[in-house]
Ligand binder design. Structure first.
Ligand SMILES: [Zn+2]
Length: 446
């Protein structure tokens, strides 16, 4: 009797550990609103961080800002035994590249890589932006504090590095400040090109752009809701893939959408006080952000952002008109909210960097049969506990049903008819960390 009891208890413990991990709660608690506040003020204090602004001064302009950011990453690295590789990645953008490039300019990104112990060439990226602007996008001299847009995203990336540099991960994490955003997404383009040249395997980019405003122009005050923007399918898909989608589905199941669902699920599990809002589009209506150049290059990437924007406080000359105070100044930023959204990033970076590689060559079968069938290529990672099949009603945004099927390379879901659901497969580590879900792209008929 005693032995039976012990086994049952062990089983219970294993299941419990697989559901949540204390380390993730520790990461949430370690994110400091105070440090983020200090950094947002510091960044806003450079006067302007316009991409074309002064690069010589150590007090004002984008040169001073990027050197300070690099210095912060280097300081963090010193505190973790040089665990970060910190460098400038830069590209020359020539005058006339578009109307917002009125002179030749070197667009600098500040990159900090925390190298993975097992998969050094697999990356999960958290980005913010260095640069700022006011009403005239070409005004590179007047004050443009860009406190919310986008000192918040930049401060978040620095804070995530402080917190996560205390841990070791199997995959690499990149914390990056991009510039040239307001002039036409040049920094993102530069780094996406650099990543492709270096043959980086990018699992996902979490781009943070405006993560500090809780009072919307719509009058809503909300410090719980935030948006996750993701495009439906990659723009790099082929005509053949597009045709296949018509018959096999996948219109709302591209790689960026799976990343969005992953983040949504992690937040629902570990930060139930927050309200993640998936938005099924690339970005706001007709507007852009720095995840897009990564999407253009075929990488999964999403935008994390406040739910309620305030247009009197972004891209505005600092002024008062008819009793309304215009301008993106520090006093409008809610540091607690920025800290929450930074924690959202940090726990997803950690979860993915601790997870095994996602299954590859995921296939699905079961046409005119009573059960859906799956095949995939197993990884030989000894840390893999097994694979999990997910499914959902075709109208549901989230993976509502799942079954852990063990360390196998195929499975039949008895009695689940292929026509009535969408399906996907993820890999699960021994301590319960999961890869993003892979939507099957191979079809088999026997
Ligand atoms: Zn902006």
């Amino acid at each position: 009797m005693k032995i039976v009891f012990t086994t049952a208890l062990l089983l219970f413990t294993t299941t419990f550990v697989a559901q949540t991990d204390q380390k993730i709660y520790d990461i949430i608690n370690a994110v400091s609103a105070e440090r983020i506040g200090t950094d947002v003020k510091k960044l806003a204090g450079f006067g302007t961080r316009h991409t074309l602004s002064d690069t010589v001064s150590n007090a004002r302009g984008i040169g001073a800002a990027r050197r300070w950011i690099k210095g912060e990453f280097e300081r963090i690295s010193k505190n973790c035994n040089n665990c970060l590789e910190v460098f400038f990645q830069k590209d020359l953008v020539k005058k006339g590249a578009n109307q917002r490039i009125v002179k030749d300019v070197w667009v600098y990104n500040v990159v900090a890589i925390q190298r993975g112990t097992k998969y050094p060439n697999r990356f999960i990226v958290m980005s913010g932006d260095i640069d700022s602007r006011i009403t005239d996008p070409n005004n590179f001299t007047d004050d443009a504090p860009g406190a919310n847009d986008n000192a918040t995203g930049m401060a978040g990336a620095i804070e995530a590095a402080r917190v996560l540099s205390k841990y070791k991960f199997e995959s690499s994490i990149i914390y990056v400040g991009l510039s040239g955003e307001e002039q036409g997404l040049f920094g993102g383009q530069g780094l996406a090109r650099y990543a492709a040249e270096k043959k980086w395997e990018i699992i996902g980019v979490m781009n943070n752009d405006m993560i500090g405003n809780i009072k919307g122009v719509d009058g809503v005050i909300d410090n719980r809701t935030f948006r996750i923007f993701s495009e439906p399918v990659p723009p790099t898909e082929t005509e053949e893939q597009r045709r296949a989608r018509r018959f096999y589905g996948g219109e709302v199941d591209g790689i960026s959408r799976q990343l969005a669902r992953y983040i949504h699920k992690t937040v629902k599990t570990y930060m139930p006080e927050m309200n993640p809002m998936m938005v099924y589009r690339l970005d706001r209506f007709g507007r852009g952000g720095h995840h897009r150049p990564f999407n253009d290059a075929g990488f999964a990437g999403i935008r994390i952002m406040e739910a309620h924007e305030n247009y009197t406080q972004q891209h505005q000359d600092i002024r008062e008109e008819n009793g309304i105070k215009y301008g993106d100044v520090v006093e409008h930023v809610n540091f607690e909210y920025t800290a929450k959204l930074t924690a959202v990033n940090a726990i997803n970076l950690a979860s993915m960097a601790w997870a095994p590689p996602a299954p590859t060559e995921v296939g699905i079968g079961g046409i005119v049969e009573p059960s859906a069938k799956f095949r995939w290529k197993k990884s030989n990672d000894p840390n893999i506990k097994g694979y999990k099949i997910y499914w959902r009603d075709t109208t549901s945004p989230t993976w509502d049903y799942s079954r852990f099927v063990g360390n196998v390379d195929n499975f039949v879901l008895d009695g689940i008819v292929i026509d009535n659901f969408f399906f996907g497969v993820s890999a699960v580590s021994k301590d319960g960390f999961e890869s993003p879900v892979v939507f099957p792209t191979k079809i088999f008929r026997n």
